[in-house]
Design a protein around this ligand. Structure first.
Ligand SMILES: [Zn+2]
Length: 72
């Protein structure tokens, strides 16, 4: 019985640890700048547009479209 409690505590501790690692990861999330409207957003939410060997980030499809239209 004693070991069962220890095991449960370990599982809870482990779940907590995993959660906090995940949490830290999101906090470290790299921010990128939308090339069109200059707002910052997390890289994973940004739209990526690779142009030759350069990567451009956009907050939305609209910004990406606008940027590409203005470039032409
Ligand atoms: Zn934008």
């Amino acid at each position: 019985m004693k070991y069962l409690i220890l095991f449960i505590l370990f599982v809870i501790f482990w779940a907590y640890l995993k959660k906090s690692i995940k949490h830290n990861k999101t906090e470290d999330n790299k921010l990128v700048k939308c090339e069109q409207c200059s707002i910052y957003l997390p890289e994973e939410d940004a739209k990526k547009h690779t142009d030759w060997n350069e990567t451009h980030y956009f907050c939305s499809d609209t910004c990406e479209k606008k940027y590409l239209e203005e470039k032409q």
